[in-house]
Structures are given as C-alpha cells and as structure tokens.
Design a protein around this ligand. Sequence first.
Ligand SMILES: [Cu+2]
Length: 523
Amino acid sequence: MSASIYSGCARACGALVTMIGLAATSAALAQSAPAAPEPHDHGQHVAPAEPAQPDHSHHAAPPDHTHHEAAPTTAKQKLPVNKPSRHAAHDANRARHTGREAHAKMLHTKPHATAHAGPAHGDTPHGTMAHDQHDALKAFLGPYSITREGSGTSWVPDTTPHEGIHGRFGDWSTMAHAQFNVVYDRQGGPRGGEMGFVSGMMMAMAQRPLGDGTFGLRAMLSPEPFMGPAGYPLLLASGETANGNTHLIDRQHPHDLFMELAATYSRNLSATASVFLYAGLPGEPALGPPAFMHRTSGMDMPEAPITHHWLDSTHITFGVVTAGLVVDNWKLEASAFRGREPDQYRYDIEAPKLDSYSARLSWNPTRELSMQVSFGRLHSPEQLDPSVDEDRVTASATYTQPFGDDNLWSSTAAWGRKMLRPGETLDGFMLESALILRKTYTLFLRAERVAETELHDDVPVLAGRVLMVNKLSVGGIYDFYRTEHVRAGIGALVSAYALPDELKPVYGNDPTSGMIFARVKVQ
Ligand SMILES: [Cu+2]
C-alpha cells in the first residue's frame, strides 16, 4: 500500500511541478513574448462557454451607479451572451493588445485589487472587474466573480481582494501567490514555550475551457513540515499528534507539505446557475467556513485559531469528492471524504478513503457578506481515539467592506459544535477582524471561546471535565516594502486568556503570550 501512496505522491509532485512550471513559464512568456498576435486570445473572449457576459458599458463610460442600484442582480446577470456593438468595440479594442503588450498587461495589471479597493456601490458580481476577468481567471465553480471563491469550494464575500500573479499559457489561465511568516513565538506560563518557525503557503491555480465548462487545477504547498512534527507552542490549541502516541496539547500541528492538490469542473446551466465537481488529494470538503489562512479577516495572523478543530480543521483532507449546485447567490454542495485527520508524517500523500460526509449551504446576499451553514459526519477523525466518531455543525458569516482609498475591513463570526460519538458535545466560538489601511497598516484581533476536554486530560482531578477557555489575540503589521507583486512587513501580536479557576494552577496566573514576525506576500 505504501508503494502506491508513494507513487501517488510522485505523480502528485509531478503534477505540481508541472503547474508551478506552467505559472512560471507563463510569467516568463509575459516578459519575452514576441509581438505576434495570440490566436487563442480572442477565441477565449467570445467563447459561448462564458455565460454572463459582463456589461462593457463600464469600459465605454464611467461606471453608472444608478444603473446598478436600479436593476436587480438576477436581471443583470441574465444579460444575453452575445453583447451588441459595445462588446464588439471592446473586442476590437482588445485586438490592439497583441503579443507582448497583451501579455504584459495580463501580468502587470492588478485588476481586482484596484476594483475592490474602491468604494463599494452595489455593483454586480461582474461589475468593474469584468474587463480584467477576460485577462485573468474566471470563477472555477460558476458564473460569478472569482473574488467570491475561498479555499476548497467555499465562498467569501465578492468584495474580497483577489491579488495574484496572473498569466496565460495557450488555453490555460494561471495564477500564483504565496505568503510566508517568519515567527518568533513565546507562549507564557508553565505550559508555554519558545520557538522560531516559518508558516505560510504557496498556491498555484490553472484553468481552461473544456467542453461547455471550465476545468481547473489547484495546488497548495506549506513550508510548515520543516518546523518539525510537534509544530509550534500555542496555548489552548489541541488536535492531531506529533508521534502517533500522544495528543498535541498547547501546540499547533504543522500543516502538511501538500495542503491541496485538486481538480474542478464546472458547467454553467444558465447565466446565474451552475453545477460543479471538485476532487482533491488532499482537498477541502464542504464543511466549515473558509480556512483561516484564506479568509481576509484571518490570513494576516501568523497563528492558527484555537477553534481550528471546531471549524475549519478539515481543510487538509486526504480524499475529497464534492458535488455542488449554484443558483444565483446560493450554493448547495455535498462531500464524501476521509474522516481521519492527517497523520504525523507531514511530507507524504496519505491513502484516500470516502468514509465521511458533509453538506453545506452558502449564501452571499450582498457583495460584502457571505454566510454558510454546514454539517459533517466524520468517521474516526482522531488517530489516537479511533473508536470515536464526530458530528460537526458550523455556521459562519464574513463581512468584507472596502472603503476610502485602499482601505479594507473584514470580519468573520463563526460557531462550531463537535458532537463526539460516544462523548461530549463541545462548542467553539470565534470572532476575528482585520482592518487594513492604505494597504500598509494592518490591525487584527481574534477572540475565541472553546469548550475543552483534551487540554487537561493529563490532570487527574480534571480529566473528563468540560471546561470553557477563552483567548484574545490582538496585533498589527506594518508593511514597509510594497511593489506591484510583493509586500513585506513586520508585525507583532499579544494573546491574553480567561481561564476557569480549575485551570489556573495548570497554566499559571498570567500566561500572556506573544509573537513577533516578519512576513512576505507574493501576490
Ligand atoms: Cu489547519
């Protein structure tokens, strides 16, 4: 069996290298492409596979806000596929961008960032970024803006900034981005510890039209296995194992080298509806909010939430198949996946299984708001408690509001309930918020409340009891270096705790903790 796993790994690595090569090659092409017209280019732009053709009046004239306010979204999305003269004029205009110029434009425009940094004005999902979607990626799963797509098949608000290095290679459109945090971590009290580590991720995506739909590939890697199997000190964190024998307590496990290797196929049913399939090894099932490193409200914090195993811990699952239906601003999807969490070997691809199930309903009622409820039935998630199954319910809402000149405020509230079978029912609550000013100053906070049993399992008088623990982290980042595709900054956070009296002897009277870090974003 291990042979097949490793050959799977080899294949996956091959696919990944190909994809990253693809992204790199397309970026290189952008720099050096000859000034010859690209035959594929305009075929793309008039392809019938692209359903809700955006309203090009945006490009012919300044945006007409009253127009947007007046018509309901659905009506706008049902615009005919073949646009009249304006579209033709647009294509003619685009025809002037050939070869190097067109590629350079694709690479160097930062369309979504610009479009979304501006004031929101009740735009359609296609709104002002429509033009740029021709150059870059469409949504992978349906006829709406790609800015709506979060990790796995999850949704985030349409106002989410979507920045990346875009390229085109034949029929393929590609995008890549990466984020690394170099962290010095000091957790206080007798359960604390000190450590330096690197967290983060690299992501590459590619998509092309296939038949009447869109075929997509995604790969995401993490540098975290290099920090060692025991992860980093993080008070009140629990979940997974470093050695196959003991639970990781007051430490955050490293993420696997391969966080996602997934393929998608979607087919539009109308200008506002689609069906899609998603398969990942590993991948993220339709359960929980978008993973913390993929939601604007949480991605700038270098530490994982202690609610991770109540909300979004399934984001790395070895074996996921999801089918979904999108209608207007609603998405209903169901997944079959492997219930078991990743093991302590963080460099390999583990054997897939489809022994667990989940379903999620997502709704984006406005451009700024995204909500979901989901339910999962997980078979034997914990390697160290294999006879325990888990039912999980989550509900969350994310609000992302761009304002003023390059400012953004994003918040997520989430609740997750673990129902262990057999065992306790444990709730986790999380509220996190990030305020980004002039793309330079970031302020963030995360408040969490979790019903815990694992933290004190080794304390004989407390074993088996359910205790509520609370954590608040507050911090900031100053990005001192910013170019079109790179941001670098330094930051710090401090964490405070409210613990029940029973736990005070265990954690000490003042376990206040903190991190200082440097970060680089390539986007
Ligand atoms: Cu995780």
